[in-house]
Design a protein around this ligand. Structure first.
Ligand code: IPD
Ligand code: CA
Ligand code: CA
Ligand code: CA
Length: 266
């Protein structure tokens, strides 16, 4: 695959961090783990991967700013460019030995998403997209699925857990959507969920309470694969509101409608 100079930088950082994650995944029981809040863990593996990505990107593009899950904000001299990084999306899966986790790296230029990468090291699946250039998995061009009816669809989501609010709303949404679709998946990595929508493996995805690093790269992947992504109101405020709905045009629209419905009558 002939990547641009920018994408080569991102791919190199992701592959190097991916090797570190793969090593740690093999010895997951020996990792130091700490709790950030109820049900919210971070491990040495997250921090090591983040350090690798930070070092690689900062060396290749000096002065760019960063928003990273563990390290937070790093202001660079170049405020026009910002990396948005989740070094390990799916920490809970990782710590349980479930090989569904990813690295997510996005670049914003003047507030606009211009490049995105999601990498699942356990399956060696590398999803990349640049604005206007299409989306790819390894060297295969991606296209969102063509199914137009919710009744034919498999839809991904994330549901809140211990320490995460809105359990009641989540149940209402789940009950409304699950009654209309072929299947619901809760994979545990929002970045990977979006990559799967881009790849046409899942027909749609919605989640609430996400952070920018969970979504930024995946949003570009879905759009560049011909899909639609919005916040809960159909607007562009995903990174600000933490709510996201994605799919092809028809599924995106149908999901938005389902999510607005009140609680089903028993
Ligand atoms: C989590 C994953 C998960 C989503 C959570 C996120 P993390 O990210 O994306 O799928 O449901 O809301 O926090 O903490 O494993 O990077
Ligand atoms: Ca986390
Ligand atoms: Ca995450
Ligand atoms: Ca993370």
């Amino acid at each position: 695959m002939a990547y641009s100079a920018l994408m080569r930088v991102m791919v190199e950082a992701a592959r190097k961090a991916g090797r570190s994650l793969a090593r740690d995944f093999g010895e997951v029981q020996n990792l130091q783990v700490s709790m950030k809040g109820p049900g919210d863990y971070v491990s040495q593996a997250d921090r090591k991967a983040e350090e690798i990505i930070y070092t690689e990107l900062a060396r290749a593009r000096p002065g760019y700013s960063f928003l990273m899950e563990e390290r937070g904000v790093v202001e660079g001299e170049d405020a026009q460019h910002r990396w948005i990084v989740d070094p390990l999306d799916g920490t809970t899966n990782f710590l349980h030995g479930i090989p569904l986790f990813s690295i997510s790296i996005a670049l914003e230029r003047q507030g606009q998403l211009t490049a995105g990468l999601v990498y699942n090291p356990a399956m060696d699946e590398l999803y990349t997209a640049e604005r206007g250039g299409g989306a790819f998995m390894n060297d295969r061009r991606l296209r969102v699925a063509g199914r137009a009816k919710l009744s034919d669809s498999v839809i991904g989501t994330g549901i809140p857990h211990l320490g995460r609010g809105h359990h009641g709303n989540a149940l209402i949404e789940l009950r409304n959507v699950m009654g209309e679709v072929s299947g619901i998946r809760r994979m545990g990595s929002a970045a990977l969920d979006l990559a799967y929508v881009a790849a046409g493996r899942m027909d749609g995805f919605w989640e609430n309470g996400l952070s920018p690093w969970d979504m930024a790269a995946g949003i570009l992947l879905v759009r560049e694969a011909g899909g639609f992504v919005s916040d809960r109101d159909g607007g562009p405020g995903m990174l600000d509101t933490g709510g996201i709905v994605a799919g092809n045009e028809a599924i995106h629209k149908a999901l938005l409608k389902e999510l607005k419905k009140p609680a089903p009558v028993r």
